[in-house]
Design a protein around this ligand. Structure first.
Ligand SMILES: [Zn+2]
Ligand SMILES: [Zn+2]
Length: 337
């Protein structure tokens, strides 16, 4: 983490500690520790009870060693928590806020496997992605509790920090009063922090993929077509030409609520359809072509050339045999505004 997010998180940790110290339940039950990870991983504040915890300075560094960070976290959990046995009541389940704004730069797969095999019942990870660059897919492999703070402005960050504080408070209250280990996160302000429950709703912004949203002519329901970038370059002595294209990778049916999860602002990026290879059929009705485009810009399914009723603009449109040479420009991302 670098730049603004780094500074805001440092200030945020001070605010979390200050607020929690006002909370009698938290003072009774909360222990805190901070582990920083960039290219390297280190415990920057060892586990201590809340009154003794001082928010550390966060180190700056390049890289996002998620795999190393998880291995480190697991050894810290082993070292510092007391397990419940027949003779003693151990510690409550640790709650880990994993906050990242990057994509993993090390091999994270063995660490995630070890975590899901051996630790996911011993501790709870709440992963928070700061901005769209973070890899939501990897975080989802690690935990079901993934949240996205899409905008990281001062106001949004304040609300995010308040939510972390409230979640720790409510967790400490629930263990103190209800003797429960169940995760008790605070209520999320959806305009700031979104729960990543279904990855497909969030995939539209990956720069290495193109997502197109169409609507079935018959059932009128939306579907999503995904193309993955296939990097390719032609090079000669004095010239390099990017000849990358996007390969078809999947077509998924969606429910109408897809649009309530999209933020409604049309994305400005466009993709030339001549860069797209491969076309699916419609996942709702089985029509042969899921990729026909109306003059309104909406994508719909058609089975044969001829007249069609566009489910986006309600106009009748005429489709002639597809011209292979034509390259249409279509909007990229959520097409539902
Ligand atoms: Zn259809
Ligand atoms: Zn239309």
């Amino acid at each position: 983490m670098a730049g603004e997010n780094h500074r805001k998180l440092e200030v945020g940790m001070e605010s979390i500690v200050r607020s929690l110290r006002q909370d009698p339940y938290a003072l009774e039950t909360v222990y805190l520790s901070a582990i920083a990870f960039a290219g390297r991983v280190k415990t920057i504040a060892p586990l201590v009870e809340l009154p003794l915890f001082y928010p550390p300075k966060l180190p700056l560094g390049s890289g996002t060693s998620l795999g190393q960070a998880l291995f480190h976290l697991m050894s810290e959990i082993d070292r510092n928590t007391i397990k419940t046995t027949a003779e003693q009541k151990g510690d409550w389940k640790p709650m880990v806020f994993l906050i990242t704004d990057g994509k993993p730069t090390d091999n994270y797969i063995p660490a995630i496997r070890k975590w899901t095999d051996e630790y996911q019942n011993k501790a709870t990870i709440v992963a928070v992605a700061l901005g769209r660059y973070a890899d939501l897919k990897v975080l989802k492999e690690l935990t079901e509790n993934v949240l996205l703070l899409e905008k990281t402005g001062t106001e949004e960050f304040k609300k995010f920090i308040a939510w972390v504080t409230a979640s720790v408070s409510s967790q400490s209250k629930s263990v103190e009063t209800g003797a429960s280990d169940k995760l008790a996160l605070a209520v999320v302000d959806k305009s700031v922090l979104q729960l990543v429950d279904d990855l497909r709703k969030f995939e539209a912004f990956d720069p290495d993929s193109v997502i197109l949203v169409g609507r079935c002519q018959k059932k009128r329901l939306p579907y999503l077509m995904k193309y993955e970038k296939f990097p390719q370059e032609l090079s000669g002595d004095a010239i390099r030409i990017d000849t990358s294209y996007f390969d078809f990778s999947g077509c998924y049916s969606l429910e109408e609520d897809y649009f309530s999860w999209s933020d409604g602002t049309p994305t400005k990026q466009t993709v030339n359809t001549s860069e797209l290879r491969g076309a699916p059929g419609c996942p709702h009705c089985g029509a042969q072509v899921a990729f026909a485009m109306c003059s309104c810009g909406g994508i719909l399914c058609i089975n044969q050339p001829g007249k069609a009723l566009c489910p986006w603009c309600e106009q009748t449109v005429q489709f002639d045999n597809q011209n292979e040479e034509t390259s249409m420009w279509v909007g990229r991302g959520a097409n539902g505004s």
